[in-house]
Design a protein around this ligand. Structure first.
Ligand code: AIR
Length: 183
């Protein structure tokens, strides 16, 4: 994918019920194309819940002006929650949160010499005043960021609330049905 790519996903498993939710409500931003392999799990999870999103590669360090522009127009474009994934010296979520009062969820990414612990500390250790909600390192964090975005949106959107409740119910049923695998 080229740098700065935009994706608008228009369908998910619940498309029939979710016709109003194709407008991007979640902005997914990541610091590098190399982050996509992990961050795609956030967008796939949003797809499953039928939540429209706008995914971009924008680096807080390499393309700060582009980041400012993207954040500045986010609310007017309909974005209600932002997910920011970055690795190494990960300022992306903090800078994003500094520029908007929309909720910002951070996903620390591995790949550098410290394998995500550097990004985790950078994201989770925001000084008071500008909050960033930091999730787990890597794929789990990317998926949970999408689920948390869904639960935030569900507060004011009954269709997303229904989709999220359905997801949780199915997950519980699957967990109850789990048994010890045979060797
Ligand atoms: N990064 C890019 N600009 C600022 C930061 N923190 C991060 C990316 C990626 C890592 O640096 O989020 O995880 C390495 O990027 P690259 O492009 O060198 O592979």
């Amino acid at each position: 994918m080229p740098v700065g790519f935009t994706k608008h996903f228009e369908h998910g498993a619940l498309k029939k019920k979710m016709s109003d939710n194709t407008t991007p409500l979640v902005g997914v931003v990541m610091g590098s194309q190399s982050d996509w392999a992990t961050m795609k799990h956030a967008t796939l999870t949003l797809d499953k819940l039928g939540i429209g999103h706008d995914a971009r590669v924008i680096s807080a360090h390499r393309t700060p002006d582009l980041l400012e522009e993207w954040i500045g127009s986010a609310r007017d474009r309909g974005i209600r929650v932002i997910i920011a994934g970055a690795g190494m010296a990960a300022h992306l979520a903090g800078v994003t949160a500094a520029k908007t009062s929309l909720p910002v969820l951070a996903v620390p990414l591995g790949g550098g010499a410290l394998d995500g612990v550097d990004a985790l500390y950078a994201m989770v250790q925001m000084p008071k005043g500008i909050p960033v909600g930091t999730l787990a390192i890597g794929k789990s964090g990317a998926i949970n960021a999408a689920l948390l975005a869904a639960s935030i949106l569900a507060l004011s959107n009954p269709e997303i609330a229904e989709a999220y409740e359905e997801f949780r119910k199915e997950q519980t049923e699957q967990g109850v049905a789990n048994s010890i695998p045979k060797d």
